[in-house]
Design a protein around this ligand. Structure first.
Ligand SMILES: [Zn+2]
Length: 238
């Protein structure tokens, strides 16, 4: 990858000075740009895209979407004219949007850690995926013979009240394996993996941006715990 992913180390970075490496035309007035570094999170892993602005003395644009494609991070922008490759731009993200996405993403992990602490995963309920956008939910393969909505909400908010610290870092697969509460299938074993760790509870492999502690997530509401086609879908809100 040509772009240094600044958001992986510091999810609270809101701005950057970056050099444009490549410009590709999209539709009318739309271009996609490759930069040498970025604070913008490309949508993925259930976390929505960042948005914001690029400015320089000679050129500016709105960043409406950032995505990972063919192993590179592309910043999709609206502008009447394309920028020149080699130009350095100031990038500022829409922080309110990102911060909300971070809180919802971390909330999904708090709920997931709570499901684990209650003893329902990873054996009975096998973690599949989550979506932390407008209608956030997490999905497990498998079903329980009872309604856990109330106890799950209590356990999740118990973790919030404890103000437990999240930390994130890269480590070899073998080390992640030792502290992970579960490992998703298909994880690469030949390169360092990004780990999300919740103090006193455990770790999971994760690529998104997170808040620093469970208290920052805020009070969690478990909207419903539904069963569908052999899966359990947990919907939550903040
Ligand atoms: Zn995640």
């Amino acid at each position: 990858m040509k772009t240094q992913e600044l958001y992986l180390n510091d999810s609270y970075l809101k701005e950057m000075e970056a050099k444009i490496l490549e410009v590709q035309p999209e539709a009318n007035g739309r271009y996609r740009l490759l930069l040498d570094k970025t604070v913008f999170y490309p949508m993925g892993g259930g976390q929505p895209t960042d948005q914001g602005k690029f400015t320089s003395a000679s050129w500016s644009a709105d960043v409406y979407q950032v995505m990972m494609k063919d192993g590179e991070i592309w910043h999709c922008v609206n502008s009447p004219t394309p920028p020149a490759a080699g130009l350095t731009v100031h990038g500022a993200m829409n922080w309110d949007r990102r911060y909300k996405n971070m809180r919802f993403h971390s909330a999904g992990h708090v709920v997931d850690f709570a499901v684990f602490l209650l003893g329902y995963s990873p054996k009975t309920l096998i973690p599949l995926k989550g979506d932390h956008g407008k209608k956030p939910y997490i999905v497990y393969q498998g079903v329980l013979g009872k309604d856990i909505r109330g106890e799950l909400e209590n356990k999740s908010n118990e973790l919030v009240e404890k103000d437990l610290k999240f930390s994130w870092f890269f480590q070899p697969f073998a080390d992640l394996e030792k502290e992970a509460i579960y490992l998703q299938s298909g994880l690469p074993t030949n390169k360092p993996l990004r780990t999300l760790k919740l103090e006193t509870v455990g770790a999971v492999a994760d690529g998104g941006t997170q808040v620093r502690s469970t208290k920052e997530v805020g009070k969690i509401t478990i909207v419903s715990v539904e069963q569908k086609d052999g899966n359990t879908i947990i919907k939550y809100l903040l």
